[in-house]
Write a protein that binds this ligand. Structure first.
Ligand code: NAD
Length: 297
């Protein structure tokens, strides 16, 4: 079994490290948030007080951080990964970042003698808890081949997407499709409500018909239908509006760069911006359903 360093023990990092520990790996975890450390410690993660201590003897180092700026800092800071890791340690970033940040991680890691794999994930907190995440691996062939041994305990699917940044490119396109699907679920759930349909019965119809989608099965935005949905818990975030806004804006920017018109993704982005403007950035992305609630309801 392996020694694993893990930086960032939040909504995703906590259940992912719990699965590594359950599979028999030793995980040394570091996070700035005492609450995040406490949750991870309860699952058997050894909490340490610095990135350097997490890296001590590590076979692999994972990052699971909110924004590209955090990835820049955690890699390049004088207390960070490049300053303290051994070049034998495989570096994997599971965060959702822009392609330029991921390319920078690859190039700067290679210049320092490290192997880096962009390793973004899909499946949300429910997938992380159920160790059924999809990992999208991008990197040099020998590095992505090594990555499999470390990610398998957290994954339902591990896909070798190709060379450097192909994992993060796949992730950005995938999440753009998720937010567009969420627009359909938001409007569908509210239209079903206003037509007087039984929510549980309509959910079954959509689930076994052509309206099926991942947010339909996982994020149904009306309470009492899908156990994993944030709607059951006052829309407390499983995947926050702030993070969704980040992913959607990265995809729309990638579309602009590539000359691909994206009217639906732009609408999803406008709704996410509006939720943030209303002070709801920490709430769950399934709150996009607010825009389909009839006036006065
Ligand atoms: P999160 O905000 O819950 O967790 C991130 C953690 O990183 C926090 O606990 C924070 O304290 C910690 N952190 C920030 N800066 C740090 C630093 N300098 N050193 C150490 N720790 C630091 O976010 P999350 O929902 O767990 O998402 C993590 C990443 O995974 C994001 O890039 C997100 O886009 C991506 N992602 C999230 C989901 C989801 O459903 N939540 C799904 C797929 C991918």
């Amino acid at each position: 079994m392996s020694q694993i360093a893990w930086i960032g023990l939040g909504h995703m990092g906590a259940p992912m490290t719990a699965n590594l520990v359950a599979a028999g790996h030793t995980v040394r975890g570091y996070d700035l948030s005492p609450a995040a450390c406490e949750t991870a410690a309860a699952h058997g993660v050894q909490i340490v007080s610095s990135i350097a201590k997490a890296l001590d003897g590590a076979d692999a180092c994972f990052t699971s951080l909110p924004m590209p700026a955090h990835v820049h800092e955690v890699y390049s800071d004088e207390e960070g990964i490049w300053a303290h890791a051994d070049t034998a340690t495989l570096l994997l970033d599971t965060s959702t970042v822009d392609i330029a940040t991921s390319r920078w991680c690859h190039e700067e890691s290679a210049a320092r003698g490290f192997s880096f794999v962009d390793s973004p994930i899909s499946g949300g907190t429910a997938g992380a808890e159920a160790h059924s995440l999809t990992f999208m691996l991008g990197g040099e062939k020998d590095a992505t081949a090594r990555a499999h041994a470390f990610v398998s305990a957290m994954a339902g699917h591990v896909i070798d997407c190709g060379g450097p940044t192909s994992g993060i490119g796949s992730k950005l396109v995938n999440n753009m499709m998720l937010f567009i699907d969420m627009l359909a679920v938001a409007e569908g759930s509210q239209l079903a409500e206003q037509l007087g349909l039984d929510q549980e019965v309509f959910y079954q119809v959509a689930d076994s018909s052509s309206g099926q989608s991942w947010p339909q099965r996982t994020w149904w935005p009306v309470p009492g239908v899908v156990p994993t949905a944030a709607a059951n818990r006052n829309f407390d975030a499983t995947f926050s509006v702030n993070l969704a806004r980040k992913d959607c804006s990265l995809a729309v920017a990638a579309g602009e760069d590539a000359g691909v018109p994206m009217p639906a993704a732009s609408l999803a982005l406008a709704q996410l911006d509006e939720l943030i403007a209303r002070g709801l950035g920490d709430k769950d992305t399934s709150l996009m359903t607010l825009f389909a609630v009839p006036e006065g309801k």
